[in-house]
Write a protein that binds this ligand. Structure first.
Ligand code: SAH
Ligand code: SF4
Ligand code: F3S
Length: 446
């Protein structure tokens, strides 16, 4: 056991990983470890990893190489790899980096204390078996005091042919509505103003929980959950991500329109605008259905912000099929779109197909799509000009300490002049005076 008990966590990847890191940090603090900003001062180093694309995975290895060297000079260093690369590679990771003490998949995040105690007793551990995720009894150490992630469903039962997530995050496991509400109530009491409910496929929430309604639908859908948690005192804003077009219902849209705390921002990845490609991706919807969802959202909430993810250069994608993605992007007018070139992933069907595209074609398409995304986002930002928007102040502007920053309900990052000490956590009416593709500037109306 070490005397200097300090830790550092480096987090890669999505919001799920960020939330897991906050819970693991909570466990470490509960064990008496203190956070060290500098990883070189810490003697427990944890990498919470992502493997969604090859470049994400490679990044992890380059970090690990450096820390492994350090371990030879500092034998009391504890090196942990958690998250999705850990799950994907398991034992193989130990062979590649024998200096590692603990390799643990995402489902084991809440078990960090037990695992570490065993490491301190002299073991080298790989924890990647499928487990039921137990409710965490420790408080997460959250990065923000204003906004918080709340997991509602872990894992994913979809089998999109390009995606590693079901392999590394396991099957869907919903938390009970009671546990979710209890966490949100505690956040409200601690002064948090905004929560984001998290799931890889959040619309699947509740389908693994027992119980159905007299009409035969699941009793615990995401829509029911929103009604159930909506009135938690102190919480002013509710968001959720990520939505899957296959399951996005009108009932959910109505609930979002009806419940005032739910922000008018929806993140609904479409992946491709071409029906044949969508079929090969096994997404379970076509582009017409996607368009209908967005139309329905805009009928109920005309100002709603829409963001999404898209992949270019999926195996076999023709120029014409790619143009269909451009068309959908043009027609919908996304407020934000995360784009990526297709990356073949281990143990996914599409990686084995023999119609892979060249890197040149993929990067050319990525550039063309990104160009359009920036144009459309600028157009979408125009609507804010001169308007009064509600901004939840989260922080100082790191580039200009006379300004604070926060987000609008539509999730646009917004800057305005003000003192962070008096404004942090406040909902401020801001008149928008300057618009850019992905951010806004304004003046406080107070
Ligand atoms: N559960 C979400 C997204 C999870 S992964 C959904 O169903 O949409 C986040 C994003 O990474 C995906 O939306 C997709 O656009 C991208 N992605 C996933 N696998 C990929 C791959 N093999 N290559 C490139 N991008 C990928
Ligand atoms: Fe991956 Fe598809 Fe699941 Fe999203 S829904 S995490 S893209 S398998
Ligand atoms: Fe990456 Fe795992 Fe999230 S692969 S995107 S960190 S679920």
């Amino acid at each position: 056991m070490t005397t200097n008990r300090s830790y550092h966590i480096t987090t890669f990847g999505c919001q799920m990983n960020k939330a897991d890191s906050e819970r693991m940090a909570g466990i470490l603090e509960n064990m008496g470890f203190v956070w060290s900003d500098d990883p070189h001062q810490a003697n427990v180093i944890l990498y919470n990893t992502c493997t969604i694309r090859d470049n994400a995975e490679q990044k992890v290895y380059s970090y690990l190489g450096r820390q492994a060297k350090r371990k030879h000079e500092q034998p009391d260093l504890t090196l942990i790899v958690a998250g999705c690369v850990a799950q994907q590679e398991g034992e193989a990771l130990l062979r590649r980096v024998p200096e590692l003490d603990l390799v643990m998949g995402p489902q084991h995040a809440n078990r960090l204390q037990d695992l570490l105690e065993s490491v301190f007793a002299g073991n080298q551990i790989v924890a990647t078996e499928e487990v039921h995720i137990f409710e965490d009894i420790t408080q997460p150490r959250r990065d923000s005091k204003i906004t918080a992630w709340v997991n509602v469903i872990y894992g994913c039962n979809e089998r999109c042919t390009y995606c590693v997530v079901p392999n590394v995050r396991g099957v869907e496991q919903s938390r009970t509505p009671e546990a979710i509400r209890a966490e949100i109530e505690s956040l409200g009491k601690q002064g948090y103003k905004e929560i984001t409910l998290l799931g890889q496929n959040i619309d699947a929430y509740g389908r693994d929980l027992p119980g159905s309604t007299p009409e035969g639908r699941h009793k615990h859908t995401l829509t029911d959950l929103l009604y159930y948690i909506h009135d938690v005192p102190g919480i002013e804003r509710i968001r959720f991500a990520t939505s899957h077009p296959r399951y996005f219902t009108e009932r959910l849209i109505k609930a979002c329109a009806e419940l005032p705390k739910i922000c008018e921002h929806f993140h609904i990845p479409f992946q491709s605008g071409d029906n044949q490609i969508l079929k090969e991706m096994a997404r379970g919807y076509n582009q017409e259905k996607y368009r209908r969802i967005i139309e329905t959202i805009r009928e109920y909430m005309p100002d709603a912000s829409i963001s999404a993810d898209a992949i270019v250069g999926f195996p076999g994608e023709t120029e014409e099929q790619f143009v269909n993605t451009l068309k959908l992007t043009e027609d919908i007018g996304f407020d934000m779109l995360n784009t990526a070139a297709y990356s073949p992933r281990p143990n996914t069907p599409a990686a084995l197909w023999d119609n892979q595209l060249s890197e040149e074609v993929k990067s050319d398409r990525l550039q063309r799509l990104n160009h359009l995304v920036a144009i459309k986002a600028s157009e979408r930002s125009q609507r804010y000009f001169g308007r009064i928007e509600e901004v939840l102040v989260e922080d100082q502007n790191p580039k200009d300490p006379t300004q604070v920053m926060g987000r609008t309900r539509g999730n646009r990052l917004t800057f305005f002049t003000g003192d962070i000490n008096s404004l942090k956590g406040q909902l401020v009416k801001v008149k928008i005076t300057d618009v850019r593709a992905f951010s806004l500037t304004g003046v406080s109306c107070q």
